[in-house]
Design a protein. Sequence first.
Lengths: 337, 88
Amino acid sequence: MKQFKNQNLARKENISVEFFYHNAKERFNLKLLSDQVGFDRLIIEQNLHRPGLALAGFVELFSFSRVQVFGNTEMKYLQKLSSKQRAEVLTRLFDFEIPCIIITDKNKPFPEILNLANEKKIPVFGSHYPTTKLIYLVGDFLDDQFAPRMSVHGSFVDVYGVGMLFMGKSGVGKSEVALDLVERGHRLVADDVVILTKKGEGILLGSGTDMIKHFMEVRGIGIIDVRSMFGIRAIRFQKRLEVVIELEIWDDGQEYTRTGLEDSSVDVCGIDIPHVKLPIIPGKNITVISEVIALNYLLKHYGYDPAKVLQKRLLNKIDRNSQNMDRVIDYFEHDFE
Amino acid sequence: MIEEEVKIINDSGLHTRPAATIVKLASRYKSDFFIIKDGLSINGKSIIGVMTLAAAKGSKLILRFDGVDEQEALKEIKSYFERGFDEL
């Protein structure tokens, strides 16, 4: 299969606890329980960890570099201990370089936790969410932060709800196609610099950059702002990537798809994305063809593949060994209009 | 393919005018041209791309050329960076 040139795949190495708290406090209702200490600590993993076994004394293989979540189980266990024992087990835990601790489900922190937090400079947060919900939410947030990203050169447009990425050499007319699609009522996601983020397995989300947003350059005009020119209906901020369209100048030596029976796809960050190679020739309206590709993608998605339907019909006819080529219908024989 | 690191030395950084000049210079060559900053790589023949970098004075960029005339292209664009976009 064709490999996408993903030479510029990047992934965040870490995020600081300060960045995490700043972005997460409202989303997950996080409250700072300790003093504002250790905000420069770094979170380097998207996974969270419940330190039950570590509290009970088993610290081999303790994933201390993860955000630690104290749920009801952990708090109940700590409650059963005497104050002295509690300080002891917590000290063992706080001796590790933990990025931060989150106490869930409105549990009140023990004074021993807060003292150690301030002493060892490990921030402790509280949330009223139940543990499973918090782990799901924070995990999703960290997943997004640590997701592999790449920037590609192309135009990304939502055509009838299908995320289409136009690629091709500089000056081949990607921006013009995007502009034409916007004019016809489709929505621009980004032009020139498209950031693709790998979300979960099998999903790539495309968006623009925070600085450029929906500005674009059109050769011969210069820079235009699609949002102020065409309004809010002409843009969107992100869209799942569903089809890659490669524009290229017509090349006699190349073979182009004729039936569409074989699906061609391209590997982007390990995800298969349907791929169409479109040759540009005079008199060919790339915009209309793009709309057709989008509609055909939707049809296939909803279970109707025209190439397969026609193939089946052909095989049927061959089977019946019928010689004559019939007209499509013959009800209107006496209708000469 | 060849690569070289350059540094922004003029006070106002890589703003619109130098960005436009870089794109203009690069477009004269057949080679593919990428500029890489903090792991983000953009097409150096696109004005919007070059402006995305928002490179301030002191930033380090990697210029990457790939094609038949890569040597000449690198030489000319590198020299434009070294002259501080003619703003020194």
